[in-house]
Ligand binder design. Structure first.
Ligand SMILES: [Zn+2]
Length: 500
């Protein structure tokens, strides 16, 4: 780690600039954790600087994960062949039974994986049942802070359960199943908002590292009063907002049944959308929805690996870009993409865009998705003035990749190989704010063997504690699946009168 205050120079590297879409040799002068100057290779720099040799290295800004959920960090490999709805049906055991100590532990687990895979900032949407606690969010933030990572921490908010949110679903369950899901309750909007107000007012951490946001989780899961209350709170405290929007066909169908128009139009009518709003997924959006999001300056967090895993559909990112919507890239939770690897996600985003058109001019290029996973995601976090690119004044959040690795040999086009060949294995060093947090593939901020032991212990404990609820929900799952598949396939139709 560098001595505090002593400038550093990263010399001899090939530098990837996502904002410019360029890769060229350059030296970087780092002062007080920020990029102070970018100079041509070998140009004179101030004396008394610590030199970091970047020969044979590709230096890029840290990737930014626009959408994840640390409370599901223990859920790798747990989900079966679940759609989003079956994933939500099982959510109270896959991420349930946790306490405030778990918040810190699981933030550390998430940070460890992301940092090792070249991601230095994330937008973390955290669920606590039946209501978020300020202490839980503070502990999550502390987990990231101690790992040396930046994050926006947004409690997930809802005053309706999954079974209440989809019109007709609860009524379609057998009576005993209705009683079973009725036993799972959410706190009311007032209780949620009071907790969030306290969290925002009492936030104890440096906001340039970890800052709070608000995440009314899914439009249908929050009453209108809850939405407008959350927006007022966000405005009062200058906190960004984030929600899952039109992630599944069922959500979009249900939204039109409940509101008489699209989910996006509904949020817009409530005055929710703005430049500080990030819409996760955005798969089932039409041209009017994209136009609304573009006019409001909102961002979309594109999560292709999660969308594949859950069979949610294909987000038309080229159409979003054409409409003027800013797009960031996210991994989503370990329960629905099992990993936090933005290299994999960038590659998927690039591939997936090829399904939208037969014309290759419409496809996303490696340059496009690299920009999305850095500058675009930084904007989703509201940190675009601080991270996401390499230019003077931005934080020195940097990832070093070995150009001698098999992924870059031979070196034909660093940007194409970064997106189409790299999986994170070439990473040798990661810095956040000029501080080295990964060196030679190892975390410098976390005792990983100790963390691993604790995570394995806690995963076993929670699996055992959640077993009764898991079994109860498994018994109901076929009914939920039957209803939701019927809805998606058009065999079941909803009206505004469908019971909730
Ligand atoms: Zn999510």
């Amino acid at each position: 780690m560098n001595a505090p205050g002593r400038p550093q120079v990263i010399r001899g590297g090939l530098v990837a600039f996502p904002g410019e879409g360029d890769v060229r040799p350059a030296d970087l002068l780092i002062e007080d954790g920020r990029i102070a100057a970018i100079v041509g290779p070998g140009q004179p720099l101030p004396e008394d600087v610590e030199t970091i040799d970047a020969t044979d290295r590709l230096v890029m800004p840290g990737l930014v994960n626009a959408h994840t959920h640390s409370h599901l960090a223990l859920a790798k490999g747990i989900s079966r062949s679940w759609t989003l709805e079956l994933h939500l049906h099982n959510g109270s055991w896959t991420g349930g039974g946790q306490n405030v100590d778990d918040r810190y532990l699981l933030a550390q687990a998430s940070a460890a994986e992301m940092l090792l895979k070249g991601c230095t900032s994330c937008y973390d949407l955290v669920l606590e049942l039946p209501c978020p606690s300020p202490e839980g969010m503070f502990a999550t933030a502390a987990g990231y802070l101690d790992a040396g990572m930046r994050a926006v921490i947004a409690p997930m908010l809802a005053d309706r359960t999954f079974w209440q949110a989809i019109p007709g679903l609860r009524a379609a369950l057998p009576e005993a199943a209705q009683a079973s899901v009725d036993a799972i309750t959410m706190a009311g909007a007032d209780v949620n908002l009071a907790a969030c107000d306290r969290m925002l007012a009492q936030w104890p951490h440096p906001r340039d590292r970890v800052r709070p946001g608000l995440a009314p989780t899914i439009p249908l899961h929050c009453s209108d009063d809850f939405w407008t209350g959350a927006r007022a709170l966000a405005d009062r405290h200058g906190a960004p907002m984030h929600a899952h929007l039109a992630e599944s066909k069922i959500q979009e169908i249900s939204g039109r049944a409940r509101y008489g128009h699209s989910l996006t139009a509904h949020l817009d009518q409530l005055g929710i959308l703005g430049p500080d709003f990030t819409a996760a997924h955005g798969i089932w959006l039409d041209a009017d929805d994209l136009d609304i999001l573009a006019r409001r300056g909102a961002c979309v967090a594109h999560n292709p690996s999660s969308n594949f895993r859950l069979g949610s559909g294909i987000a038309n990112v080229p159409a979003m870009v054409a409409a003027g919507v800013r797009v960031g890239i996210g991994s989503d939770a370990c329960s629905c993409s099992d990993h936090q690897n933005l290299f994999e996600v960038m590659r998927l985003a690039c591939y997936l865009s090829r399904t939208a058109s037969f014309d290759p001019d419409d496809w996303l290029t490696p340059r496009d998705v690299f920009e999305m996973a850095t500058c675009g995601s930084a904007r989703a976090l509201g940190m675009q003035d601080m991270i996401g690119d390499i230019r003077p004044g931005l934080a020195a959040d940097l990832v070093f990749l070995d150009l001698g690795s098999v992924n870059f040999t031979p070196l034909n086009d660093a940007l194409y190989q970064l997106v189409f060949a790299e999986e994170g294995r070439s990473i040798t060093k990661v810095m956040v704010g000029g501080r080295t947090v990964v060196e030679d593939g190892r975390l410098t901020t976390i005792d990983y063997p100790a963390l691993r032991t604790r995570l394995n212990e806690r995963a076993r404990e929670l699996m055992a504690a959640n077993a009764p609820r898991r079994a109860a929900l498994a018994a109901i799952e076929p009914y939920v699946q039957h209803f939701c598949v019927g809805l998606a396939q058009g065999r079941i139709e909803l009206t505004q009168d469908s019971p909730t």
